[in-house]
Structure formats: C-alpha cells, structure tokens
Design a protein around this ligand. Sequence first.
Ligand code: ZN
Length: 357
Amino acid sequence: MTSLARETQRSGQLGSSSPENERYSRQILFRGIGEEGQRKLAAARVAIVGCGATGSALAGLLARAGVGTLRIIDRDYVEPSNLQRQSLFDEGDAAESLPKAIAAARKIAAFNSQVVVEPKVDDLVPGNIESLLEGTLLILDGTDNFETRYLINDYAVDRSLPWIYSAAVGSYAVTLNIVPGQTACLACIFPDSPRGMVETCETSGILNSAVNLVASVTATEALKLVVGGPSAPELRRTLLSFDVWTNEHAEISAAQPRPGCRVCGEHGFIHLAGEGRPHITLCGRNSVQIHERCRPIDFAELDRRLQPHGRVRHNDFVLKFWRDPYEMTLFPDGRAIIKGTTDTAVARSLYARFVGN
Ligand SMILES: [Zn+2]
C-alpha cells in the first residue's frame, strides 16, 4: 500500500486529512485527546441545563471541541442585559426575544454545522426531567438556582450519571464533578442551599471573566469524562472555588461520599419526587414564572385578542405582551414569564385575565 493509500484509508476511518479533521487537528495533537478521544467526543451526547452565561460558554467550548450532540435546555429568552456575558447571543437575538436554546442552536450551526444541537425550550422540572435528559452521557449545570441543581443531583445519582456543578456570581466561581458511586454528590457537600450562594447575578452582579473561568474548568472536566470515562485519573475530585477579583481560591476534598448523605447514601430523592414544588415561581430580575398550565397556545389568535389591551408581538417561539408596568412573555406550551412584579398573585391574575385559566 502506498503511503497515499494508507493515508486515504486512515482518513476514511477518521477523516484525519479531511477538512473536518483539519478542524480538530490541534486538539487531536494534544496527547490527552488524540484520535481515539476525538472519536469519543464525536459520538457523545451531553446535556447542558440552562443556557445563560455559564451554559453559553460551555456550549460554545464543547461545540468547538467537537462534542457530537449537545442537548441545550433553557426556559428563558435573550434580553439586552444578557449580552455582557452570554457569549452565544447577539443584539439581533435580543431584539427578537429569541428563546436562548434556539438562539444557541443557530449560533452553533454557524460555526460548527457538524454538531447536532437539540434545543429544548423548557423549564427542567420533576415531571419532564426524564424525557429532557434521556439518552445523555453527562449533564452540565448552567442553571442559576439550587432547586434545579438538587433536582439534577437526585436524577444523576438515581441513574448513576456523572454531572458537573458550576456556578458564578459576582467575581466568584465554583465547580464540582459528581460521579455517583465514586465521589461526593452535591448534597454531600451542601445538604441545604448554601447561604453564600443566595446572592444572585441580579443582586451582586457578575463578571464575565468569572463565568468564563468556571466554564473553562468545567468544559475541560467534561472532555476528560467523555474521553477517559468516569474513572479517568485526571478528573478533579475536589470542590474548587476561585474569586477572580481577590484571587482567593480554595479546594475542598470531595473524593468520598459523606456517610449518611440523604441522596447518595440513603437514596432519598425528594426533589425528583417533586414534593411541594410550586407551579408558580420567582425567577430573578423582578419576574414570576407560571408553568402550571401545559396546553398549546395559538399565538396568532392570542395576538389578535390582546391587541386592544396593550402592545403585542409574536414570532414562532414567543409572544410578548406589554401592559404597563408588566411585560408578559408566553411560550407555545402555555408557560409564561411575567416581568415587573415579584408578587405571584399579581402575575397569576394577569395571566388569568389575558391568557385564560
Ligand atoms: Zn451525597
């Protein structure tokens, strides 16, 4: 066989001299990845829950690295205040109020059309977690709240699926790899929502560099998990925190589960069971989310009906209705985000009045 034939055969297997392999050539050269690792990345399906700042950065890094399928789950739409740190979105997305999962899929298609993105415009809750996360190898946390993180933790421990907790607020970033059966789980470290983390991006602000730091560390751990499996020796087995402003950093060992942990020790999955979970919730930035009515909405018809009552606009993905001082964003499945109030009763009555019960 001539060297050219060998080369052709090799490229047939992996495409190492194809334009696509040219794309990953610098990553394949890195000895931790190699050709075998690149093939594993291409075959992997990874879920990213939440596509705000951290989720955007994670999705961008993993799509460029060649993770074959990304399932991006997000309940929200793009706004101008997101653009300072949410690297997958632009001014056009904000002007259109595009759902973040849809905008992310479009952006990724423009720089790596080989990656399959499965956008899910939905709020991850106990009732849909099974269908939203089914078939994924690894779950990454791009959420902004502990309720959803505890839900992911219950699901991951129950299914023995690895997941990576990541959070950033202000100048502070923190991350933890969770490999059920090996390491500590989220509830081992934080049996209850940690007090320091009740700060949110709305109250404390956020530096985009803190986001990118935690996303870089997390994306690298994700590569190790996909390429080397959950027992890969290079995986970090600590809770890592870093403040990019003060330069304080710390690592706490998370190599062992905590004896008696409610979740990974006793298999008490209260978040997965959805006990006492409200259907109407505050979701930051002076907003209330209503997700108790799951029924399809005809945007064109509702648009006509709302015309006399305020400003209204819709596209295929969202309908927006402005009625001073409130702004309601409706999704096709009937879920709504009502901005301008933190009073759930006000939000509920607005919804009942204009959308219906
Ligand atoms: Zn645990």
